[in-house]
Design a protein around this ligand. Sequence first.
Ligand code: BMA
Length: 335
Amino acid sequence: MSEKIFSTAKVITRHPANPILSAKDIPYDASLIFNAAVTRYQNRYVMLFRNDYGATEADFLASGKKGVPFAGTNIGFAESNDGINWQVHEKPVWQIHDEEIERVYDPRMTVIDGKVYVCFAMDTRHGLRGGVAVTEDFDKFEILSLSVPDNRNMVLFPEKINDRFIRLERPMPVYSRHGAAEQFDLWLSASPDMRYWGDSKLVLGAEKVPFADAKIGPAAPPVKTPHGYLTTFHAVKYAPNDLYSWHLNWRKIYYAGLMLLDLDDPSKVTAIYDEPLIAPETVYEKEGFRGDVIFPGGMILEDSGEVKIYYGAADTVECLATADVNDLLNLCRKI
Ligand code: BMA
């Protein structure tokens, strides 16, 4: 039986300026600019982006593609009046590297009551933790909570629901998923104060996604519509052969999916699109550090009904796609 070929939904338009941010735009050491958080804050667009620096494709080639370590990962900051053209701050704004913590990365921003909450992943010597921080100036980041390992891909809803903050998240249960490699699912937790998280519920099992045969998880933070919280997720499918990559043996295709969550109980998926919203197709999505990776980290619903979806492509550059909110809602079928 031949493999089904998944393609990007017709309602999606890739921005002609793609990639909208890449290493050449950064005024300091930068190699991979991707998996950014983007939101609107104080009358402009703001972006926190991941920068893995200190190794190039040539370094990997010289190593026989066995791989060379990046010197580090930091988080950069950029601002924009139109969401397309970005002014990048002259220095990175956030980096943690000490005896225990290796790095913070993959930020996701949600503005609640005038404050910017930043979910992030943190690699530590004792496992991978997901965290929530708060900033008002994109200079100081106060960490409010950190999960036990292994958990990441956290994203916050744009408001309290039934008096509690809610986040989507993706724990990584390697011990108990019946031997399946990387079969991880999308969960939700609630908190009264952003510090204590609990009441965790399964939202979507990986087996429910027809274009995944491995892990799924959150992508960009949800946006509110009258029909429910519209949100992207990421879904991984294994490729039969090696994909384009700077290193050897890269075989994971990352698709962006789309679903609708209940306004009162967002642990309930009310509708889902059964094909990818965005599938890797362009050169900048298929060729890079890890080809065939699409990873949304920002979703903005404009007053016009346009939805801007910001996504990391090939773990190398940051891109923008747009769609009409009604077209996105129409893609999601009731379940
Ligand atoms: C995941 C994370 C992401 C990355 C993806 C594809 O495990 O490391 O940051 O985009 O893999 O490499």
